[in-house]
Design a protein around this ligand. Sequence first.
Ligand code: SF4
Ligand code: SF4
Ligand code: SF4
Length: 246
Amino acid sequence: MKPKVAFFDFTSCEGCQLDALNLTAEELISLLNAVDIVNFREVMTERADNYDIAFVEGSITRESEIPRLQNIRDRAKVVVALGACACIGGVNCLKNHLPVDAALRIVYGKDARYYDTIPARPIDALIKVDYYVRGCPPITAELLKVVKALLLGKKPEIPNYPVCTECKMAGNICVFERGMTCLGPVIRAGCGAICVTSGRHCWGCRGLVDDPNLDSEKDILQKYGLTVEKVVEKFKIYNTYAEVTK
Ligand code: SF4
Ligand code: SF4
Ligand code: SF4
C-alpha cells in the first residue's frame, strides 16, 4: 500500500503548492510511483478524506480556518508545514503590526465588516506539526528530501545552522562589505544562500535557527557601522510572528 498524501492551502499565494509541481518529469514519475496523491486542489478534482501525510500551505488568518486545520490534524498521521506562511507565519503576519480593525479598514474600506479576520499565525500555533519544509517558496529538492525521509520512516535532516555557512561555501562576498544588511547570520540554512548568490541578501524566509546568536549579528552590524533597526525592518517581513506576536 502506497502512503496517501494530501495537500491543503490556507491563507497564502499558493506559490508553495505551485512550486511543489515544479519537479522534473523523472522526479514526478518517481513520486507518483511511491505515493498516492489523494487531495491536491490545484491539480485534481477528486478529494479524499483519508490520508496519511498532509502538507499544509498558508498561515491561519480567519476564525473559520481553525476547525478545518484541526480536522486535517485529526485525520493525518503526519502533518508537514509547507512554506514560510505555514512554518513561521510569513508575510501574512505583517498585518499583526496593526489592530485587526485598522488592518481591515485599510484593506477593505467600507466593506470591512463583511470579512472574518484574526491576527495571522503559523499553523503550529494551533496544531502539532511533525515536520517543516521551509522557504518562500521552498526549494523542491528539500520537499523531495522530506518526502523520501518520510517514506523511509526517517526524520528528515534539515540544517540548523545559519545561511552564512552556505553563503561562504558558495564563494559569495558578504553583502556587509557593500554596506547592505543581511539576515544570514541568524536564519536557517538549506536554500544554498540562493538570494545572496543571485546578487541580493537574505530576507529570512526560512525562519530563525533554533538558537540564533543575536549578539553576534549585532556585533557584525556595529563593525560595519549599521544599525539594529535596519536589520529588524527586514526581519519583520517574514518573521513578524516570532518578533511581535508570539
Ligand atoms: S510561503 Fe511564500 S510562496 Fe508560499 S504561500 Fe506563502 S507567500 Fe506564497
Ligand atoms: S551575512 Fe549574508 S551575505 Fe554575509 S555571509 Fe552571511 S549570508 Fe552571506
Ligand atoms: S537566502 Fe534567505 S531569503 Fe533567500 S531563500 Fe535563503 S533563507 Fe530565504
